[in-house]
Design a protein around this ligand. Structure first.
Ligand code: NCD
Length: 285
């Protein structure tokens, strides 16, 4: 079965094909999934990921059963993840699962009768965010993912989107990574070969092609507060891009949103384009 559980499972050729199709299709409507239904099963809050799957499914003519408030579902009566997965796999063709426990998507895939798409598993991974983040870079740097200086800033310990992006970009040649965080929120996975760790963004911002900003994950126990100043962001190279998976809190001032380097709203649009192609691949294979 075609589960989407983590980034390591996504072959580079598969991703390049998906991105090329997304670039051609650009979210155009079709009816390829008109007989398909998916479940959005979200145990953690979501605005973008759940709506993006909803939108993507609609663009291909399919339907979604949204279970976004598990407190109003049988989960509140004590139903196990296994039973909820078996229930929804008896009536839908795939399940997008967001859950607070790392490893939950894998667990779900072991019992599910239909493909599981990991929409974020605790501090684990968020592979469809990695797909859209990768696409944003692919699209911004003339379809190349190599020779980039990537600066990741914020809660690198508990933010799941950083993990997947580092895994993905490590596959390509000559990428350099700057990890910027306070000591207690340092990136805890294996560092790529060409890496530099610092707590001072000013030491690397001028040598950055991709600035990937993340929020502090308070719900996962992180304590820290930071704000990038507009002047700092304006000192980025002209051809660089600024990304953020969102939601943002205090990290990026709204005054930077109109700068051509700000790509965080494009990321959201690209998320729909990519998820549409992904759903077609998962549901029609
Ligand atoms: C991220 C997530 O849920 O991991 N949001 C998203 O899906 N775009 C990032 C976050 O919550 O900080």
């Amino acid at each position: 079965m075609f589960h989407i559980l983590n980034v390591d499972d996504l072959a580079t050729d598969f991703l390049l094909d998906l991105w090329n199709l997304a670039l051609v299709n650009k979210g155009k409507r079709n009816s390829k999934l008109k007989n398909k239904i998916i479940t959005n099963l979200f145990y953690e809050p979501s605005t973008r990921t759940s709506s993006s799957f909803f939108s993507a499914m609609n663009l291909s003519g399919g339907s979604v059963i949204p279970i976004n408030n598990v407190q109003f579902s049988s989960v509140s009566k004590g139903e196990s993840l296994q039973d909820t997965i078996l229930t929804m796999s008896a009536m839908t063709d795939a399940i997008v699962l967001r859950h607070h426990e790392e490893g939950s998507a894998l667990k779900a895939s072991e019992v599910s009768e239909v493909p599981i798409i990991n929409g974020g598993d605790g501090k684990g991974e968020h592979p469809t965010q990695t797909i859209l983040d990768g696409f944003t870079i692919f699209n911004s740097f003339s379809e190349s993912m190599s020779n980039l200086r990537i600066t990741l800033v914020g809660d690198l310990k508990n933010g799941r989107t950083v993990k997947g992006l580092v895994k993905l970009l490590s596959r390509f040649n000559n990428n350099h990574f700057n990890f910027v965080s306070p000591e207690h929120l340092k990136f805890s996975d294996k560092l790529p070969n060409s890496s530099y760790e610092t707590s001072d963004i000013n030491s690397v911002i001028k040598e950055t092609d991709v600035l990937y900003v993340t929020r502090v994950q308070k719900e996962r126990g992180s304590v820290y507060n930071y704000e990038l100043k507009e002047e700092q962001l304006l000192s980025l190279p002209r051809k660089s891009i600024v990304m953020h998976p969102f939601p943002r809190t205090t990290e990026i001032p709204n005054s930077f949103d109109s700068d051509s380097r700000a790509k965080y709203f494009d990321q959201i649009k690209y998320g729909v384009w990519c998820r549409q192609i992904l759903l077609e691949k998962v549901l029609l294979t």
